[in-house]
Design a protein around this ligand. Structure first.
Ligand SMILES: [Zn+2]
Length: 312
């Protein structure tokens, strides 16, 4: 069910009502290729390492797979999902970014890597990623029904926009556009707030808030968190004016509620380049920047990208 704006806002809570975009994430994931399994009769063990081996809901882990000689056809399965292993820099060592969806159940998540060596022998490696509860806050609101129910035309629009984004998350660019660490998308920004916030409106649980919100003045420049390609410039019901960057390898960052975009779809942008201006368009109760992240469709906390990622 989509969210709508309430007339009241609790102090310190998220100002952003773009959470409706996160509905039914798992419906996206079956679109990824599910390839037939290899035989495991005489498997040889691949060295598999997860960094970190424990990550909270919305977190990111880097899987490193090594073998003494070049391997090919690497497939990585995370739980029951297949994660594409793309663009290896060196065929004896592969790295795969794993995004842990905000609503992934806490507990052990089985990781399985399969490949073949130069003479076609099957290789496998196994690991376990421990998913920790994010302990995200819950916000309970009671608001008049007209504020949370959408009319038919708005509902159709929301569904159309969601379908468009679902297709985008399935689009995997096999090139990594970034080399430097990710950065905060504003200059002089305070701490972000609101990622993972779960709202219960009139007793009904709604989609959690899937971005990190930054307080900012209207018109302040929004900066690309890293190098990438502009995947989408849009004006959506919840998100308002939006820019989405494709950083490659299935990783996207999103910038919502903008006053205006300064870029065009398909344009290549550099880390720190001004791509938009802060606004309060869409379902926002005041000027702020909603910064979101997706990794193979998983709703991740974009602040996780600010940590060093052992990709090299
Ligand atoms: Zn937000």
């Amino acid at each position: 069910m989509p969210d709508g704006p309430p007339p009241l806002r609790a102090p310190g809570m998220s100002r952003c009502w773009a959470a409706g975009l996160g509905v039914a994430l798992l419906a996206v994931l079956p679109g990824l290729p599910h390839l037939p399994r290899l035989a495991f009769a005489d498997d040889l063990r691949l060295a598999v390492r997860l960094s970190p081996a424990e990550a909270r809901q919305g977190g990111v882990s880097v899987l490193s797979v090594k073998w003494s000689s070049p391997i090919r056809g690497l497939r990585v399965r995370v739980g029951d999902r297949e994660i594409p292993a793309l663009s290896p820099d060196e065929l004896t060592r592969w790295v795969v970014l794993i995004g842990i969806d905000l609503e992934q159940r806490p507990g052990p998540l089985a990781i399985r890597a399969e490949a073949v060596d130069g003479s076609g022998r099957p290789l496998t490696g196994r690991g376990t990623l421990r998913v920790l509860d994010g302990h995200y806050p819950v916000q309970r609101l009671t608001v008049p029904r007209p504020f949370v129910e959408l009319d038919t035309a708005s509902l159709e629009r929301v569904n159309r926009e969601k379908a468009l984004l679902d297709r985008l998350w399935e689009t995997l660019t096999p090139e990594r556009f970034w080399r430097d660490p990710f950065r905060v998308p504003l200059d002089g920004a305070g701490p972000a707030y609101g990622f993972g916030l779960r709202r219960i409106i009139n007793g009904e649980p709604r989609s959690p808030h899937t971005g990190a919100d930054f307080a900012a003045s209207p018109g302040a420049p929004v900066l690309a968190a890293n190098a990438g390609i502009v995947a989408l410039v849009a004006d959506h019901f919840f998100a308002g004016r939006s820019v989405i960057l494709d950083h490659g390898l299935g990783l996207y960052t999103m910038y919502f509620h903008l006053q205006e975009s300064l870029v065009q779809p398909g344009q290549r942008v550099e880390r720190g380049q001004a791509i938009a201006r802060v606004g309060s368009t869409g379902r926002a109760t005041g000027p702020h920047l909603h910064w979101g992240g997706r990794l193979y469709g998983a709703r991740i906390d974009p602040q996780e990208l600010l940590k060093p990622l052992p990709l090299e």
